[in-house]
Design a protein around this ligand. Structure first.
Ligand code: SF4
Ligand code: MG
Length: 336
């Protein structure tokens, strides 16, 4: 009961002109130090919102947050902005999809890496600059002592991503949140960045949350997996468990739309039919029911009326019987 990060019954709602968006709808998960949790789902599933809320980066004027977020035993929900500011960039840090949202075009890369270090450690300018060079070296930027004085536009896309990782890790954060960190990169650079995150985790022992819409990304990088749909967790387990024997029709769909590495070259990808529901008025019962091919297998109207519960440690939030999930899982997941 002493997870490093513990999220309990988290609800996040935004007020918009069109009404209240139920972005996160009763989410719970735990994360240990030294482990990577993959959070997977389509856009609008609540995965990014969850993590912005953990970091306290939501707009308090339009956002209602309920539930508990405990970081190393400290309650973050409702913590004063000053307390969160001390934690951000220091105890917890974030890597974004687009480095240009994190890096300012007006300052050198080195200065932007050095700044959080100075702020949180009180290091001198000279020490912080040396630290920036060291971090650029760690993330694999060639000639770091020269490149430290470059501006972001002088870096390639992959190098900017690395620079942002250097910035996020400069204070050895205990919790690192990476939101689609490799989506904009080509496959080779993607693999390098994910390897780099793993190496840095080994060195710093950080807990990592890796947010992605791509199961392929978590397959080799994460230890645990949470599949989100319409603001809820619909499946959880270790990556191995979920990829080998998924227990939710949505996860079957995600796996079906993953490129296969096997030889059936002509087999088309089968994306999940339909679109994620509007979170202004999410469907009653199981939020996946409008897109699910298995509602007929469940007694009566339960899929449309009764919210399925997610088992505590492993399983899928779905009304199908365990036996049926097992059989269907084997049928749905062809060997790769
Ligand atoms: Fe499909 Fe029903 Fe299971 Fe939801 S509860 S995933 S609608 S079978
Ligand atoms: Mg997102």
């Amino acid at each position: 009961d002493s997870a490093f990060l513990s999220v309990r019954d988290l609800y996040v709602r935004f007020s918009t002109e069109d009404g209240v968006v139920k972005a996160v709808d009763g989410l719970s998960f735990d994360l240990e130090r030294g482990r990577t949790l993959g959070i997977v789902g389509e856009s609008g599933s609540g995965k990014s919102v969850t993590n912005l809320t953990v970091l306290g980066l939501h707009d308090p004027r339009t956002t209602e947050v309920r539930g508990e977020i405990l970081l190393d035993g400290r309650e973050l929900t409702g913590a004063p902005e000053r307390a969160l500011e001390t934690l951000r960039g220091n105890t917890m840090a974030m890597i974004f999809q687009d480095p240009l949202t994190a890096l300012s075009p007006y300052y050198t890369v080195g200065r932007q890496i050095a700044e959080p270090f100075r702020k949180h450690t009180g290091a001198s300018k000279r020490e912080a600059r040396a630290r920036a060079v060291e971090m650029l070296q760690k993330v694999g930027i060639p000639n770091p002592a020269l490149r430290v004085d470059d501006y972001p536009h002088q870096f390639s896309g992959g190098m900017r991503q690395r620079a942002m990782i250097a910035m996020a890790l400069v204070c050895n954060p205990d919790l690192l949140i990476a939101d689609e960190p490799t989506t904009a990169l080509d496959v080779t650079v993607q693999a390098q960045i994910l390897d780099l995150l793993k190496d840095l985790q080994q060195e710093f022992g950080s807990a990592i949350i890796l947010i992605t819409h791509d199961l392929g990304v978590v397959a080799n990088t994460a230890d645990d997996l949470l599949v989100m749909y319409a603001g809820r967790a619909v499946e959880r387990g270790t990556v191995r468990e979920v990829l080998r024997a998924p227990r939710h029709p949505y996860t079957w769909g995600l796996l079906g739309s993953m490129p296969r590495l096997s030889s059936d070259v002509d087999e088309p990808l089968s994306p999940i039919p339909g679109t994620p529901p509007s979170l202004l008025s999410p469907p009653p019962g199981c939020p996946f029911h409008p897109r699910c091919a298995f509602t007929g297998e469940v007694d009566g109207d339960r899929c449309r009326t009764e919210r399925p519960v997610l088992p505590e440690r492993r399983g899928g939030a779905c009304h199908l019987t365990d036996e049926r999930k097992q059989t269907l899982s084997t049928e749905q997941i062809k060997p790769r």
